[in-house]
Ligand binder design. Structure first.
Ligand code: F6P
Length: 544
């Protein structure tokens, strides 16, 4: 047993669980007219409603006691003050400095000075591209930006440019190439004119196989389609922490936008990795995105735990995962512009908290991160919600929706939100046998059919649901929303005593791919692996 699962706060929650498991959440509303006010929080124009969760006041008190036991306040302070909390890589995780309005000292240096210098570099470059001063080799303005990166160097910028499309320039179109599968690069380049295309090679390490392969192929395409070596500087820029590797690739360091090893890949969209965002929506909107995140940072840093939104969301996730047996978490944005948000949160949550060893190197005996997935409403309703309502899997869900649509057409937004609210209600209350019987009795079905259908029409309900509503999806609100999830993930990691800022688990596959690659270069059959891997390689060799 680990000290966490033997601790008094953990055991108290375990002892409390059976009482809650028996509760019908819908009934809790009948017992408490103020349940919504008690279990929801408002910050700025954002409302976070967790009153539909299977919790009582006692659950929250016990979760707060667990947070205090795990030193939550101290760990939050360490995060903001640049302590080396990424202890397996011996560095801070200072993404909050990227949006700070105050000086942030790290080893005697105010890092906001260099952050602001890079923001200034981005602003100058962004203005030149957007107003047409920086042209392509033929003298025409740049019309297309291709970001070549993967993981944190792709998902954040891609998600944000999609989410903030209404704020984008009609003259500049962003494209994202991440997959090593040449099809993605091919399909993207098909549409483009090299004379008006800017490539951003985005890689924290500048060693990532996928990104370097795509970058080399993009350069070859550029040269084959009419660009010359001397034109590369106008058409290729890099975003990285690795100046030497950028130079080796052939990009002038003057065309490099820098960031630092204390910015984790999946926390990097606020840094120069956000260059495609700034180019697409303009620097003022990019700064509004940073400001929104900074507002959530200050709330997280300064608000008592019981009123602290990221703390409450993190603790509720702990309750779901460790005490209610939830293994899968759906992100359900009722906003088409947030269609990449579930994919973005997949990396944020799963790469951060998919750990089985604690900060001290010991194996743990409790569940950590869940599988995160999702699709925008209402599409998901007609695909996978059936399993949420009546399947056997234990799944929790976050519903996310704006009160104002970017495109108010007819009553579409009312239809959308009616569905959103109804789904949160249906997942919580379900439909019991008495209600099903009453409903069937009012129909014209023969009694025999009514009886047959009853078990099929029962919805058990009691599914853990949180709803996040906000005024409008503008840059500042999106910044707040992303930072909220970043901090929620951190809160979970503090309770679990794991390091959310490393990702050793992605290494093994990379190493094995490195071994297999040379074997694919010749036609001799593979024999050195297990028979399945040999069989797959040999089938491929037969049919390639
Ligand atoms: O998938 C592993 C990972 O290291 C991610 O953490 C990171 O976001 C991604 O690869 C890309 O890394 P880089 O920006 O160094 O190319």
């Amino acid at each position: 047993m680990t000290s966490l699962t033997q601790s008094s706060a953990w055991l108290a929650l375990k002892a409390h669980q059976p009482a809650i498991a028996k509760q019908v959440v819908c009934d809790l509303f009948k017992q408490d007219a103020h349940r919504f006010e008690r279990f929801s929080l408002i910050f700025g124009d954002m409302l976070v409603d967790f009153s539909k969760q299977p919790i009582t006041g006692e659950t929250i008190s016990l979760l707060l006691a667990l947070a205090r036991q795990q030193g939550m306040e101290n760990r939050i302070t360490q995060l903001f003050h640049g302590a080396r909390i990424n202890n397996t890589e011996d560095r801070p995780a200072l993404h909050t400095a990227l949006r700070s309005k105050e000086p942030v000292m790290l080893e005697g240096e105010d890092v906001t000075l260099k952050i602001n210098a890079v923001l200034e570099h981005m602003a100058i470059f962004t203005d030149k591209i957007r107003n047409g001063d920086h042209t392509g080799y033929s003298g025409k303005p740049i019309t297309d930006i291709v970001n070549i990166g993967i993981g944190g160097s792709d998902l954040g910028p891609c998600m944000v440019t999609e989410a903030l499309k209404p704020y984008g320039s009609s003259r500049l179109k962003p494209h994202f190439v991440s997959n090593i599968d040449g099809t993605q690069l091919y399909e993207t380049l098909q549409l483009l004119d090299p004379a008006t295309t800017l490539f951003i090679i985005a890689s924290k390490t500048f060693t990532t196989q996928e990104t370097l392969a795509n970058a080399h192929s993009a350069r070859s395409w550029f040269l084959a389609q009419g660009g010359r070596e001397q034109d590369i500087a106008r058409h290729f820029v890099a975003v990285s922490t690795n100046r030497a590797a950028v130079e080796k690739f052939g990009i002038d360091p003057g065309n490099m936008f820098e960031f630092w090893d204390w910015v984790g890949g999946r926390y990097s969209l606020w840094s120069a990795i956000g260059l495609p965002i700034a180019l697409t929506i303009g620097m003022n909107h990019f700064r509004a995105l940073l400001d929104g995140a900074n507002a959530m940072d200050r709330h997280f840093h300064n608000t008592p735990l019981e009123k602290n939104i990221p703390v409450m969301l993190g603790l509720i996730a702990i309750w779901q995962i460790n005490f209610l047996g939830i293994t899968s978490h759906a992100i359900l944005p009722y906003d088409q512009y947030l269609h990449r948000f579930p994919a973005y949160l997949q990396q944020l949550e799963m790469e951060s908290n998919g750990k089985r060893i604690d900060r001290d190197g010991k194996a743990i005996d409790y569940a950590t991160g869940t599988v995160v997935w999702g699709e925008p409403g209402t599409n998901g309703q007609h695909a996978f919600y059936q399993l949420l309502h009546q399947g056997t899997a234990s799944i929790s869900a976050d519903f996310i929706a704006p009160c104002q649509s970017q495109h108010p057409i007819g009553n579409h937004h009312q239809l959308l939100l009616a569905n959103c609210f109804a789904q949160t209600q249906a997942l919580m209350c379900g439909k019991n046998e008495r209600e099903v019987r009453l409903e069937l009795e009012t129909g014209n079905l023969p009694i025999k059919w009514q009886e047959k259908l009853i078990p099929h029409k029962i919805h058990p309900g009691n599914h853990p649901v949180t709803t996040i509503l906000f005024r409008k999806l503008d840059p500042a609100m999106l910044g707040m929303l992303i930072a909220l999830y970043e901090h929620k993930v951190f809160v979970q990691s503090v309770i679990w005593n794991i390091n959310p800022f490393d990702q050793w688990g992605v290494e093994l596959g990379k190493q094995l791919a490195g071994k297999i690659l040379p074997e694919l270069a010749h036609d001799q059959p593979a024999a050195s692996h297990d028979s399945s891997t040999n069989g797959l390689i040999n089938f491929y060799k037969q049919y390639r």
